[in-house]
Ligand binder design. Structure first.
Ligand SMILES: [Mn+2]
Length: 388
């Protein structure tokens, strides 16, 4: 068990190696549950995976009139859903967290709400899956004594290797270990790990959020709901995930690291719509919703409606890592639409021609030649019957 966890955490990223000696090894119990069912919300704006791009997040929020020119909450009673994956792949992760944490307070005082859904990368920065974290993201936590802290952490690493009988006698081999360790532990690393630890300010914020939230007739979840999790209740799953994030001992086997879990599942975005139709319908019925909004799986550059509008993938890759235009989905009492480059386009339902109409409108709103043109042509060739 201990070995498996070590392998999962990867080389040199175990929390124990950098935790200060005064920090309890087992953090306190999960914080109180955050409400995961909201009804009667007049306006819901959903924004896709941020991946370390605070500027792109602001652009999307401005487009939906949720923040003003000073990046203050201007959304009134609206609910913002960020579909998960705030960090990784971009240099502004801490800034994006700071913005959302501030907006959460400002929204609350205005009668609105910020829901930051837990994605696999949000969970990952807590439990040590740091495969896509950039040196710049650690750099956001850098202070004048970061190098000293790194040196101390490296000494602890050597000590734990010595105790485990894994400290090589050969100086060249030891030098290789040192080099690799410093490559994978940039300045700010120690502070980053502490801040995202279960007890740190960012870690504890993430782990009081939900992985599944129902608002009105829509379920919001980062990856999707697989058959394996089709009969698991929202609150029970949210609590299980929060418990795992509070205590790394619970990670394996666990929900947070399961590729079929709501944090990782991709088939609603990529799988065959005929084959998955019955499963999807069962999930919608179980949660008593009309549709599921997901992120996690990057689309071909625009918000992707599937299954006759019953699934909407809003992860169009708005971070600079993917470089796509800002967009968001908006759900109001009488309307469901996307804002694509600022243009309002109704989300299609299951009626014939609606999907083609949607892609044509996205195409027209985009810069030319539009990246979705090929898709539009394919649909047109198939008489509007083809499904992206
Ligand atoms: Mn993801």
């Amino acid at each position: 068990m201990a070995m498996r966890r070590r392998e999962f955490l990867g080389a040199g990223v175990s929390l124990a190696a950098v935790a200060p000696p005064t920090q309890p090894t087992k953090p306190t119990a999960a914080p109180p549950a955050t409400q995961d069912d909201w009804q009667g919300v007049a306006r819901v704006v959903a924004v896709g995976d941020v991946h370390g791009d605070k500027d792109a997040l602001v652009a999307a929020l401005r487009m939906a009139n949720l923040v003003d020119q000073d990046e203050r909450w201007s959304g009134g009673k609206a609910h913002l859903v960020q579909i998960g994956d705030i960090p990784s792949r971009g240099p502004q992760s801490r800034q994006a967290f700071d913005l959302l944490m501030r907006l959460e307070k400002e929204a609350a005082s205005a009668g609105g709400k910020v829901h930051a859904i837990i994605g696999n990368h949000d969970a990952g920065v807590i439990h040590g899956d740091l495969r896509n974290v950039l040196p710049e993201e650690y750099g956001e936590f850098r202070k004048s004594d970061s190098e000293t802290k790194l040196a101390a952490a490296y000494q602890m690493e050597l000590e734990s290797r010595r105790k485990a009988g894994r400290l090589p006698a050969d100086p060249a081999e030891l030098e290789n270990i040192r080099k690799f360790w410093y490559e994978t532990h940039p300045p700010g690393f120690v502070e980053h790990r502490k801040a995202f630890g279960p007890a740190g300010p960012y870690g504890s914020w993430i782990r009081r959020n939900n992985a599944l939230v129902r608002i009105n007739d829509t379920l919001f979840v980062h990856g999707g709901i697989s058959p394996k999790y089709a009969k698991r209740g929202r609150t029970e799953l949210n609590e299980t995930i929060r418990r795992e994030l509070a205590d790394p001992e619970r990670l394996l086997p666990g929900v947070c690291t399961d590729v079929l879990s709501p944090l990782w599942y991709r088939e609603l975005a990529e799988g065959d719509q005929q084959q998955l139709g019955a499963h999807l319908q069962a999930v919608l019925q179980f949660h008593q919703v009309k549709r599921i909004v997901i992120g996690h799986t990057v689309t071909r550059s625009a918000i992707l409606p599937r299954f006759g509008g019953r699934v909407v993938d809003i992860d169009l890759g708005l971070s600079r890592f993917f470089g796509r235009p800002p967009a968001c989905a908006v759900f109001e009492q009488a309307a469901a639409y996307v804002l694509h480059r600022g243009v309002q386009i109704p989300l299609p339902g299951a009626r014939p021609g609606e999907l083609l109409q949607y892609w044509k409108a996205v195409d027209a709103a985009d810069t030319q030649p539009s990246p979705v043109r090929r898709l539009t042509d394919e649909l047109q060739d198939a008489g509007g019957a083809a499904r992206p």
